[in-house]
Design a protein around this ligand. Sequence first.
Ligand code: URA
Length: 435
Amino acid sequence: MRMVDFIEKKKQGKNLSKEEIDFIVEGYVSGEIPDYQMSAFLMAVYFQKMSMEETVNLTMAMAHSGDLLDLSGIKGKKVDKHSTGGIGDKTTLVLGPMVAAAGFPVAKMSGRGLGFTGGTIDKLESIPGFSTGMETKQFFSQVNSIGLAVTGQTGNLTPADKKIYALRDVTATVDCIPLIASSIMSKKIASGADVIVLDVKCGSGAFMKDEASASALAKTMCEIGNGVGRRTMALVSDMDQPLGFAVGNSLEVMEAIQVLSGKKEPADLRELCLQLGSYMIHGSDSSISVKEAYERLEKTLEDGSALEKFRAFVQAQGGNQDVTKDFSLFPQSKAKQEILATQEGYITHVDAMLIGEASMVLGAGRAKKGDDVNLAVGVVLHKKVNDYVKVGEPLVSVYYDSEKLLEDAKERINAAFTYGPRANSNHKLIHQLFV
Ligand code: URA
C-alpha cells in the first residue's frame, strides 16, 4: 500500500476502504506517513468529503489508536455529554449534580481546553482546594458512592486524533464535517460511554455558524455513534449569544450554583441543562420518557437535592463546600466596572464571539496549551436578547485586574450589543433535535 495512491483516490472523490483508512491512521501515528502527505490527504478530504462508511471507519481507527477506557468498574449504564463548545457554557457544572441527584451516575472526563475561558477542569479549580487529579480506582469508587466524579483526561486516549488535529489546525482543514465528527466521536467512543448526548452549538460564538452546518454535524455524529452501538442523541442549541449571564471561570461556577439552588435565572442555562439531562436519563433508561425525566430533574433543583449533590461532590474532591453559601470564598478580581447602555430599545443580538474575546482579553482564557488562566476575571451580562433597555441602565459588569486590559475588553463589549425597535422573534434556544 502507498499513501500517494490514497491521496490520489480521495482527490478524485473515490471512497477508501476500511483497510486503506486503517493504513493511513496507523501509518501517520507511527511516523511512517509524513506530515506533508497527511496534509495533502486532509485537504483532499476537505474538498471531496467522506461517505458515512468512511467516516465511521476513520472514527474507529482513531478510537483504537490508543487506550480504550474500560468503565465496567462503574455500575449501570455510563452516560456522557459533550458540547462542541461555546461562550459561557457551564452546562456540565449543572448537569452533573442534577443528573446524579436524579439517580443516574455521571463519570465525567473533562479538559482544560483552549478558548475564551478555561475548560470545566479550570472552572472547578476556582473552588478552593478542589482537585481533579485522581486514580482510576478512586474515580470509579466516587462515582459508585456519590454518583458523580469529574477528572482530567487519563491514559493515552486517541493519539491519532491529537496528531491529526494539530495538523488540521495549521493546514486550514478544521472546518470539515467528516473530520470534526470523527475527531469528537473517536474520543467519546474511546472514553467508554454507553450513551452519548451531544450539544452542538450554532451561531456567532460557535464552530458552526449556521443551523444547517450544525445540524449536518449533529446528524453525522449521531449516525456514527448509533452505527457502532452507542446510543447517541444530539441537540443543536443557540450560541448566537453567550449561554447564561456569566463568562469567566469562577463567575460561571457561581452561576451554576445559583441554578442548582433552584433559581429560575438564567432561564436559557436552566432550560438547556434540563433538556440535555432529560435525554441523558431517557438514553440510560428508555422506560423513562423525556417528559418524565425532565420533571424528575426539575424536582432535584426545587427540593435542594441537586445542590446537596454538588456539595458532596465538591467535598469528595477536596474542595470547600461552603462556596455554595459564601461566594467571597472564590478568587476575586481586583476591580469591577459597570458598562451602561448607550441606546434605548430591544437588544436584538449579543455577539457571543465578541463577549468571549472580551473575557479572553481580561485573562480568563488560554491562547495556547500550558498558559495560565485568571480564575477571577470575566464578564456578567445584565441584558440579553429580547430584553428592553434604557440609556444608562447597566448592560454588563466587567471583573478585571488590569486597567489596560479593561479598555480593550470594553470596546469589544460595546460592539457586541445590537439594538432595535422590536424584539427578535427569530431567536430560539434549541434549534434541532436528533433523538
Ligand atoms: N473539537 C474536536 O474535538 N475536534 C474537532 O475536530 C473540532 C472540535
